[in-house]
Design a protein around this ligand. Structure first.
Ligand code: GAR
Length: 209
């Protein structure tokens, strides 16, 4: 049976689109995007999901405590029998309730080489720090900010003339590429956990052990 992916986003949704295209093109085989959820009304990503004919829902977070909100989102994901949750520009910390509902089944993409430059405006942080390389990270999500075990990373050189925008643009290309690759690895169970190390190339089916 096709694995069911749930995507959570808050904004533009280019990582969502990259995943949707990879599913369509068979780069993520035997999978479907079963639901897309945004915490923000008017998120561009939700419009993109609707145009693709996907189940796209806005569950507004405004005014709700973190856990009360997460219960609504978790209920929607469980109702849709989601196997893997992909955060794609989802600008919220997850509560323990959310994380324990999907153990090792939530991925996030972040625009830096974690643990450097977590949080907001990571590309600006990297530039202002004077780093020569930055990049992006796909990691499992725990209840801490940008902190869970790392699945894949890609490196991007920082050029003298870069602005946060030009750097973000080059990092984004790598984000789209490695998110697809990481989702495939995780759905196919081609990894093994050793403490917080995610060892790749494990025989199929070992994932999560
Ligand atoms: C992406 O660069 C993603 O890595 C970042 O937000 C952007 C969303 O773009 N996420 C974070 O900073 C999470 N800490 P998108 O909506 O076009 O995918």
């Amino acid at each position: 049976m096709a694995k069911r992916i749930g995507v959570l986003l808050s904004g533009r949704g280019s990582n969502f689109e990259a995943l949707a295209e990879s599913v369509e093109a068979g780069r993520i085989p035997d999978a479907e995007i079963a639901i897309v959820v945004s915490n923000r009304e008017g998120a561009e990503g939700i419009e993109k999901a609707r145009r693709r004919g996907l189940d796209a829902r806005v569950i507004p977070s405004k005014g709700l405590e973190r856990e009360a909100y997460d219960k609504l989102v978790v209920a929607a994901l469980l109702e849709k029998k989601i196997d893997l949750v992909c955060l794609a520009g989802y600008m919220r910390l997850l509560s323990p309730h959310f994380v324990t509902a999907f153990p090792n089944r939530i991925l996030n993409i972040h625009p830096s080489l974690l643990p450097a430059f977590p949080g907001l405006e990571s590309q600006r942080q990297a530039l202002e720090h004077g780093a020569k390389f930055s990049g992006c990270t796909v990691h499992f999500v725990d209840e801490n900010l940008d902190a869970g075990p790392i699945v894949l990373q890609a490196c991007v050189a920082i050029l003298d003339g870069d602005t946060p925008e030009t750097l973000a643009e080059r990092i984004l290309l790598e984000e789209h590429r490695i998110y697809t690759e990481a989702v495939r690895i995780v759905l196919e169970g081609r990894y093994r956990m050793e403490g917080r190390r995610v060892l790749l190339n494990a025989p199929k089916g070992e994932g999560g052990k």
